[in-house]
Design a binder for this molecule. Sequence first.
Ligand code: PMP
Length: 300
Amino acid sequence: MALVPFDDRDGQIWWDGDLIPWRDARLHVLSHGLHYASAVFEGERSYNGNIFKLREHTERLVESGRILGFEIPFGMDAIDAACRQVLAVNGLTDGYIRPLAWRGAEQLSVSAQQTRIHLMIAAWSWPNLFGDDRMKGVRLGMADWKRPHPETAPTRSKAAGLYMIGTMSKHAAEARGFNDALMLDWRGQVSEATGANIFFVMDGALHTPIPDCFLDGITRRTVIALARKCGLQVVERVIMPDEMQQADEVFLAGSAAEITPVREIDGLQFTPGPITEMLLTDYEALVRMPPAEVAARLAA
Ligand code: PMP
């Protein structure tokens, strides 16, 4: 499939309160966010015109900025409304929404107290990469890079800088023929893929690592709630890499990845099975419900 460059598309992008033509959404090269990764972002999906768990994404965006020491100069209601507006003006009902906040070009040094904080929101069509083949599962290669200690990096923020090791790890995995990388953390414990959380089905229960140095994904929390609703036991615990061979099923969970079964982790084979399929079907149904019904479905 031909690659359509992201800076040469039709459509409109919301930038600091205004909608502007997609191709005009250009940034100065001396922006602080580009040089020092003073940027935070979100990745959201809409289904049937509703952005799934929009407020949770907006809250995380604002909190991500605060962790990096800045305040996004728009309220959450305004950010939510802008996300919906961008989707609508681009004629999308099912799409991916990408808000990004960053420090501007007023000052270019490590200290950046005088920079303005900017916010842009773009949306585009991004169907699930695996479509009907999804149940076949993806192949993960182990990454050499580790998720850092929470005192080493702002691991609770969806900060652009944290994706540096994600891109390096994913490229290395792709070079070895895998779809994505599975990362360990600084202690050698299983953590997550480069853009999604991971779950293991072991002895009929759902096991997943404790998110103490990586994102506690909105999809992760949704999957845990859905699983408990179905009467599945969910165990958040330390998972060491040598335990992965005991898993009957493995899958990834993230806003972009949705529920993606895993069929291999660096030589260990898995068969996507009934628990993954049930949760995938439940998730697909949930995201298409009107927001009020989503809340009711997940309520204890
Ligand atoms: N971990 C990383 C590194 C991610 O980029 C994402 C996607 N935002 C996730 C986990 C899953 O988070 P969510 O379910 O909130 O999209």
